[in-house]
Design a protein around this ligand. Structure first.
Ligand code: SF4
Length: 945
């Protein structure tokens, strides 16, 4: 089907107003796009939209200049010069799609693994993942592995949720809010709305971040923690709470594995695993009857401490006893961690006391009866009004998974998950690991993959390994011994491994909006060389590169074939519950984008192109029985694709008459219904189902009715993560399959089933030569590399500087405005210094994504972004320095493979040359494939040069 939108014309302004969804960052706010004579005149926030309720940020309103950016690609291009030179020939779509089909079908017929299909900040992963699965390659993921997978995986494994898209603080009821490591990245407008609500209510905000900018600048208390030590700080808070007995024992017994018994049998293959009955149910010790009982049994009163004899005579102890013993150790006392974290012991102790006071003395009671999954009725909902939020700052470290777990353990000990005033799940969460997918990686010619790519393994037996038990099935080595719980893949290792042909070479690299030749890669200069590298026959080591994007980024110059995408105002798109949802804690929501402007170039929406390629390749599900395309375009797919009967990409207005929600037959009028409703759908969760969703029968039943899950999935919070213990047992040689010898010690050290802190891996080798930490933050006005093509946003950040604390400046003898060399174990860059007081005294930082390669993004070759701007990426290697063990380990978390961007250690030296005002390294300018670069851009003239 094809959808002809009926247009909504506002009666009270002269402009025509069309309501759609912003894509100037990942928040997906609702926007009203004002048009006159087919041109975009103005963008404002949609006051009815659940995400932003009318609030619009600088990026959102500057979308108009993005839409008319001179960097927009205009037509399919095929490379004619050498890679990297930016020399292309324009071709027609038929030729472009035939070429892509020829390249891809040759791979599919012989070895589908030879296609690596990775996407960047893709908001259509349920389509792109399904396409890759039907193609049959195991090599698919989006950008999560280099973004914040530790946060997502740490949360899912611990409590079936996480922050941002998975859940949010109860902004209306919380009484104390702690923000960890968050710059203005994920959840931009929603966080701003929430913080302003807290300010209105006089609620204390504590910001924990090495740098006091943005949200941290408006915090009531700032904790200037040293990068990579957040876990230690959090576990010191846990130490203090346990010491004074301020943990919610009733909550722990009801909702967590705190009372579950752990086998104590040193040397046995189940030492440290849960004691289970013959049906596999975890056991507890029932104090009431003084006997073993199933943890799920109604009416048991489980013990939280004490040695217990199992039926086979062996000993066992409850998780809580081990937990308390571990964190009450002096290693986690405020005094023991103060120097390393940079947080005074007194401040740690006071914050712990404030958390305890708020959680237990300001308890919230809502008179709303509800029934739990054991059938027990509760007359009230009891809340602990402390809440937390965190994202990349604490997760982009090689100890990030354990740090994220530590934060969730703190939340759970306080009893503040999905209760009034605490953290609240957003639909479709919670989803415990048992309800999540498992990863699949077996490929065969002309066959779909044996299942979805990404998932949550629960032990070594679920890794994606070849029959030798050690070779990774995936190119990025996700779900191998290198990164066993790599739930989002490792995009940052794809080009390196393809270039090294380790574990194998590829024929086609297919990327969608992933700027891997610049700011999305570690070791940018090295990755550029890999993209250009040729073998002894003169052929490219990565033979073919297909790239799709709307704009001429640094990456386009390295493509052999460019499939130009539309801007976000020119295509259908979907913010789906199957993908990355936008629900609120009390509402289930999804949304669309639709073409609010007409195309003026020969470009096509990438998702429609992907479906077209799928039909040409005759992929299952994308081809009808008569061999014709199953879907005319992405709009047709959004309406008619069913992931399971009655469940498709959009939850609203389902059923032939459009009256069903969640489940229902495809409705030909569905997209029009979204357009008429302002581009989004929302439905209220019944009050009885709004809290304690992990254990709430009303929620579980509602979630099944809505098609969010096929059956009730109660979620027991995992303070102790048994899958990690299984990996340790394998490394100890007690369980099959076993890791190679080279991996054993690091698995035994890092895979502790209770959260631990360990020194970030790069710090182990950096030593005294590199005493400073160096990190980046995303500015509020930019979204990674996209912002610098935008004429309005460039006026806010046209270049970046390296912000340095006075202590570091004085030690190096540099003044404000001096040029310095920043030197890491991997390389050196030359940048300008700005002195700044409000930051950790051992930390340097800069804005992310401002520095550009000359000529890219249709900027003039002497633009300040390239002449003075810079990237820290040149200092960060994707591999750790050699440690003498014969290995070059990936610069990633050893558990999830998360890129450890923020582990970087450096020193600074005053540059001898102070007067040429140019950063280093500089690269030869790229040729702009979109035509001559305009000398000046102005609203109204932006589409002419
Ligand atoms: S936060 Fe700003 S840029 Fe991001 S989606 Fe919302 S309005 Fe757009």
């Amino acid at each position: 089907m094809s959808v002809e939108p009926k247009l909504d014309t506002s009666p009270y302004v002269s402009d025509e107003v069309r309501k759609t969804t912003c894509y100037m960052c990942a928040c997906r706010c609702g926007i009203d796009v004002h048009l006159r004579d087919g041109k975009v005149r103005y963008i404002e926030g949609n006051r009815d939209h659940p995400v932003n309720r009318g609030v619009l940020c600088a990026k959102g309103s500057a979308g108009i200049m993005q839409h008319y950016s001179p960097a927009r690609l205009r037509k399919p291009l095929v490379r004619v010069g050498e890679r990297g030179k930016g020399e292309f020939r324009e071709i027609e779509w038929d030729e472009a799609l035939s070429l892509a089909t020829d390249w891809l079908s040759a791979v599919r017929k012989t070895d589908p693994r030879k296609l690596a299909f990775f996407t960047g900040r893709d908001q259509s992963q349920s389509l792109t993942g399904w396409w890759a699965q039907q193609f049959g390659t195991p090599n698919y993921a989006a950008h999560g592995g280099f973004c914040s997978v530790n946060m997502a995986a740490g949360g899912i494994y611990t409590f079936g949720g996480s922050f941002w898209e998975f859940g949010a603080p109860d902004w209306e009821r919380t009484e104390l809010f702690m923000l960890f490591g968050v710059a203005e990245d994920h959840a931009s407008n929603p966080i701003k709305l929430g913080l302003s609500r807290l300010k209105e209510r006089g609620v204390k905000i504590v910001g924990v971040n090495p740098v006091r900018t943005g949200y941290n600048a408006i915090a009531d208390e700032w904790v200037g923690v040293t990068p990579g030590t957040d876990g230690l700080f959090i576990l010191a808070l846990v130490h203090e709470l346990l010491k004074v007995g301020k943990v919610d024992l009733d909550y722990l017994i009801r909702y967590t594995n705190a009372p579950w018994l752990l086998v104590e049998d040193e040397g046995a293959s189940d030492h440290g695993l849960f004691a289970r009955d013959e049906s596999g149910e975890p056991l507890v010790f029932d104090r009431k009857r003084a006997c073993l009982a199933r943890a799920s049994e109604t009416g048991v009163k489980p013990a939280l401490r004490g040695e217990v004899k199992l039926a086979d005579g062996r000993s066992a102890r409850p998780v809580f006893e081990l937990l308390a013993r571990k964190y009450l150790a002096q290693d986690y006392s405020p005094e023991a961690v103060a120097e390393r974290t940079g947080v005074p012991a007194e401040q740690i102790r006071r914050i712990a006391a404030e958390l305890a006071r708020c959680a237990f003395e300001r308890e919230i009671v809502i008179d709303q009866p509800w029934t739990d999954m054991k059938g027990e009725r509760h007359e009230k909902m009891i809340g602990r009004p402390v809440s937390f939020h965190a994202m990349r700052g604490i997760s982009a470290h090689s100890n990030g998974f354990q740090t994220c777990r530590a934060l969730h353990v703190l939340q759970i000990l306080l009893g503040s998950i999905d209760c009034p005033g605490g953290y609240r799940f957003k639909p479709p969460y919670p989803k415990p690991v048992a309800a999540q997918l498992k990863p699949h990686g077996r490929a065969a010619p002309m066959q779909p993959l044996d299942g979805p790519h990404l998932g949550f393994p629960e032990g070594p037996e679920e890794l994606l390994l070849e029959d030798d038990g050690r070779t990774a099935q995936r190119l990025d080595k996700a779900f191998s011994w290198d990164a066993p719980l790599a739930a989002h893949g490792l995009l940052h290792m794809v080009i390196t491994n393809a270039h090294a042909r380790d574990p194998y070479g590829i024929d086609v690299l297919f990327l969608f909006m992933a700027n891997m030749a610049w700011n999305s890669s570690m070791n940018t200069s090295g990755v550029i060389k890999m993209l250009e590298a040729k073998d002894q026959n003169g052929d490219y080591v990565i033979p073919k590169i297909i790239y799709s994007d709307a704009y001429a980024s640094e990456m386009t110059a390295y493509a052999d074939l460019i499939l130009p995408d539309t801007t976000y105002l020119e295509r259908y798109d979907c913010i789906s519950l199957l993908d990355r949802p936008i629900s609120e804690p009390d509402k289930l929501s999804d949304a669309i984008r639709w073409p609010v402007t007409q195309l003026d170039r020969d470009v096509r929406g990438f998702q429609s192109v992907l479906l077209d390629l799928g039909a040409r390749l005759k992929l299952p599900g994308m081809t009808a029985a008569d061999g014709s395309p199953a879907f005319r375009d992405y709009a047709d797919y959004l309406v008619n694709h069913e992931r399971k009967p009655g469940v498709g990409p959009l939850a609203g207005w389902r059923g032939e008459d459009g009256r069903s929600v969640g489940r229902g037959a495809p409705n030909p009028g569905q997209l029009q219904a979204y357009i008429e409703n302002g581009g989004f759908f929302e439905t209220e969760i019944p009050l009885e189902a709004q809290f304690f969703k992990h254990a709430n029968k009303a929620w579980q039943d509602w979630a099944v009715r809505m098609g969010l899950q096929e059956k009730p999935f109660p979620c027991v919070f995992q303070l102790y993560l048994e899958p990690l213990r299984k990996f340790q047992l394998a490394a100890e040689g007690k369980r099959e399959p076993q890791p190679p010898e080279s991996h054993r010690s690091r698995i035994m050290a890092a895979f502790d089933p209770l959260p631990i802190w360990y020194e970030p891996l790069e710090h182990e080798t950096a030593g005294a030569d590199f005493p400073l930490h160096a990190i980046t933050q995303r500015p509020a006005a930019m979204y990674h590399s996209w912002g610098s093509q935008n004429a309005w946003l460039r006026q806010i950040h046209g270049r970046n500087a390296l912000f340095a604390p006075p202590e570091a400046c004085d030690a190096a003898g540099v003044e404000d405005g001096d040029w310095v060399w920043v030197i890491s174990p991997h390389g050196r860059i030359r940048v300008q210094i700005k002195r700044m007081l409000a930051q950790n005294k051992r930390t340097l930082w800069t804005w992310n994504g401002i520095g550009k390669r000359a000529g890219a993004w249709a900027l003039s070759p002497d633009a300040p972004e390239s002449r003075q701007g810079f990237l820290l990426n040149h200092l960060i290697h994707e591999l750790l320095p050699p440690k003498g063990d014969g290995m070059r380990w990936s610069n990633s978390d050893p558990i999830t493979g998360q890129a450890a961007w923020f582990d970087l250690r450096v020193r600074i030296e005053k540059a001898v040359e102070q007067d040429d005002n140019v950063s280093e390294p500089q690269f030869p300018p790229q040729k702009n494939p979109t035509g001559p670069t305009p000398d000046m851009l102005r609203y109204g003239q932006e589409w002419t040069s």
